[in-house]
Design a protein around this ligand. Structure first.
Ligand SMILES: Nc1nc2c(ncn2[C@@H]2O[C@H](COP(=O)(O)OP(=O)(O)O)[C@@H](O)[C@H]2O)c(=O)[nH]1
Ligand SMILES: Nc1ncnc2c1ncn2[C@@H]1O[C@H](COP(=O)(O)OP(=O)(O)O)[C@@H](O)[C@H]1O
Length: 185
């Protein structure tokens, strides 16, 4: 059975870090999604996202898409298929509306991982260390989407594997356990 590990959580919590760990340790590819937001320093088109214009974004075939902050984000059917051609287990980073869509549309395949931290105030510092500018951080932290993704509704809470990422080593150990449980069935 194919499995889609859906990773969600607020900005700076470690979604990208954990998905990279899955690729490095388990060869689990990430479904590359599409966005109209500009590249951050260090990001690459086709690796971190497919960076789109408003026009090119409109022409894609989306499984689901959302507006987050000032930009559009979406996962295309093509990208999902491409990842499943490489591996039976793939990961996908989406915000919580996207999680709802996948849990509804692919209930048997979707494995939902929600990352948290004990001190949300630490997230701003992580974003700063990542190299986000002060104005990007301010905008993000004040967006309604960021505030919403600090917690889960009851529906999502029931389906979530909640992993605390205060310590990266502890989070990786929790992910290791999850992967073991998926590959032992
Ligand atoms: N629903 C949905 N959300 C996405 C998709 N791609 C990225 N996101 C979410 O968009 C939000 C903003 O992503 P990004 O600008 O990279 O910021 P970051 O969370 O600080 O790394 C994050 O919560 C992502 O999970 C997508 O294809 N669909
Ligand atoms: N447990 C942790 N403790 C401290 N810093 C972390 C931890 N996990 C990730 N980071 C760092 O925090 C920053 C944000 O992580 P990232 O994976 O980009 O978050 P997200 O994709 O959820 O926005 C990165 O610089 C990353 O190296």
């Amino acid at each position: 059975m194919k499995k889609l590990i859906i990773i969600a959580g607020p900005s700076g919590v470690g979604k990208t870090t954990i998905s990279r760990y899955l690729t490095q340790k388990y060869n689990i590819p990430r479904v590359i999604t599409h966005t109209t937001r500009p590249l951050r320093s260090g990001e690459q088109d086709g690796v971190d996202y497919y960076f789109e214009s408003a026009d090119s974004f409109r022409q894609l075939h989306f499984f689901e898409h959302v507006k987050y902050g000032s930009y559009q984000y979406g996962s295309s059917r093509e990208s999902l298929q491409k990842s499943f051609e490489k591996s039976d287990i793939v990961s996908l980073i989406v915000e919580t509306a996207g999680v709802h869509t996948y849990l509804q549309e692919l209930p048997a395949q979707a494995v939902f991982v929600y990352l948290t931290v004990s001190e949300p105030a630490e997230l701003a510092q992580r974003l700063e260390e990542r190299g986000d500018t002060k104005s990007q951080i301010e905008k993000r932290l004040h967006s309604p989407e960021f505030k919403r993704d600090l917690a889960l509704d009851d529906d999502l809470l029931q389906r979530a594997h909640i992993i605390k990422n205060d310590s990266l080593d502890a989070a990786k150990a929790a992910i290791d356990q999850l992967i073991e449980s998926l590959t032992n069935v």
